[in-house]
Design a protein around this ligand. Structure first.
Ligand SMILES: [Zn+2]
Length: 467
């Protein structure tokens, strides 16, 4: 029986409270404490970032003030790795980590870092903890990968000597004994880094949404500023966007452009870099933590899960193979071929009045007539090829105004007659033919379609004279 158990501090890692318990237990060796707290006893490798299976005794102490779900969410690192996953995968990862069940590690988006990770601390936070509580503890926020500073104190984190990797010797090392009392701190002068880190922590401390299915790539694409779009709004100048992103995060770790495109296309859900894009795009904390449902067009999480189950292959293996294939076909996944249905719908509505007025002007214009076709409108309006395939309202209007060849000829004849008349020249069939590049047989076949009755009669007279 555990006779006493410490209380959790704000934002304390679950590992930290167990290490504090060990420090106070009076046990000289880790294995004795392990027997008390872990279901599998002394063979347990304590998880620093996540959870282990605990004894009923520990569970009842831990859940005295809040349910287990809340403790796991507020006192482990998993919210840093699952927030932007597709819904099914997000839920499976959350449930897996909480119950220590299934291949939850493979479901998460764990960053690949080139450095060995250690438990970290902010010297100023440690000082404050010691003044307030008489001891310091391992803070969750200080362990978020790629975050380097404490925005509250504008100081750089320091590494302890406790490695985070699970391969290290099992043990429970409390912060109070392992965080030195140092007076020298490394200050951060980069205001952008301070602001961005504050943003990351605000998101990190917000509840994880386990109900809404959103596609974070689509969402981020929809927030790209119009300044990076071409006139039609369909194409993104991704190189310019990337150059500005790099300049914005000057002095802060950034991602390669190919990685950014994978986030936009919904293949990668790396929390830190997703948040870099969101912050750069001006998306607020409340917006990014309340992402609306989006159409699941390029979201492959569900497919990966399905294939993983069907062929009994690990999720990460399916994902790795798919990523390799996608890398080869990356050129086909252009900057605009991503999930942009929402944008197309909006564009379709926005563009419709312009298309109508353009087509009407073409049909009733004073100059030389041009035949109305979908392709011609697309070209004259300077829009991308085949764009009307994705803009159904605009296309329907153009189709309703398109002309047959004969109708178009009739309009040409009307124009030619007016043109010759306005130049006070004598009207003749040969002059009309020369102006319109039409043959006599063309004029004969289109004459019933001439709208202006006076011109229609004139043409019929001219044809009689000629025959
Ligand atoms: Zn601090």
């Amino acid at each position: 029986m555990i006779a006493f158990f410490p209380k959790l501090y704000p934002n304390e890692l679950l590992y930290s409270i167990l290490a504090r318990y060990h420090a106070r237990s009076g046990y000289a060796r880790y294995v004795s404490t392990a027997e008390d707290i872990y279901k599998s006893g002394k063979i347990t490798h304590p998880s620093i970032e996540f959870v282990n299976k605990y004894t009923a005794d520990v569970m009842s102490w831990l859940t005295k003030e809040a349910p287990w779900e809340a403790i796991a969410e507020k006192h482990t690192m998993y919210p840093a790795y699952i927030r932007f996953l597709p819904l099914k995968r997000r839920k499976e990862a959350e449930e897996g980590v909480r119950n220590q069940d299934g291949n939850w590690k493979n479901l998460m988006c764990l960053p690949i870092l080139n450095e060995k990770r250690y438990l970290r601390y902010c010297p100023e936070c440690a000082k404050e903890d010691r003044e307030k509580y008489g001891e310091t503890y391992w803070h969750r926020e200080h362990q978020i990968p790629r975050i380097r500073i404490c925005p509250k104190h504008k100081t750089h984190f320091e590494n302890s000597t406790i490695p985070i990797a699970s391969k290290s010797t099992p043990g429970l090392f409390d912060a109070q004994s392992n965080v030195p009392e140092i007076n020298i701190t490394r200050q951060c002068e980069n205001e952008r880094e301070i602001d961005f880190t504050r943003y990351v922590l605000d998101v990190f401390n917000s509840p994880i949404d386990l109900k809404t299915d959103f596609n974070i790539g689509t969402y981020l694409q929809s927030h790209i500023s119009p300044e990076y779009k071409n006139k039609s709004g369909l194409r993104t100048d991704i190189s310019k966007f990337y150059a500005d992103y790099i300049a914005f995060y000057n002095g802060i770790p950034t991602m390669p452009q190919s990685y950014m495109q994978k986030i936009f296309n919904g293949y990668i859900f790396d929390t830190y870099f997703v948040l870099q894009l969101a912050f750069f795009e001006g998306v607020s904390v409340s917006q990014i933590t309340n992402t609306p449902t989006t159409t699941n067009t390029t979201n492959l999480g569900g497919l990966y899960s399905h294939l993983s189950e069907k062929y009994n292959v690990e999720y990460s293996v399916v994902e790795n193979i798919a990523t390799e294939i996608l890398n080869h076909t990356q050129h086909k996944i252009s900057n605009i071929s991503g999930p942009q249905r929402i944008e197309y719908d909006k564009l379709d509505t926005d563009l419709l009045p312009k298309v109508k007025s353009f087509v009407d002007k073409m049909a009733n214009g004073q100059g030389r007539p041009e035949r109305i076709t979908v392709t011609k409108i697309q070209r004259l309006m300077g829009l991308p090829q085949k764009c009307f395939k994705k803009l159904p309202q605009c296309k329907a209007y153009i189709v309703s105004r398109t002309e047959s060849q004969i109708e178009y000829w009739a309009r040409q004849v009307e124009w030619a007659v007016k043109e010759i008349d306005s130049n006070n020249k004598l009207l003749s069939l040969s002059k009309i033919m020369k102006l319109t590049h039409m043959r006599k047989s063309d004029i004969i076949s289109c004459s019933p379609f001439i709208n202006d009755s006076e011109i229609k009669d004139t043409i019929s007279e001219l044809l009689k004279i000629q025959t």
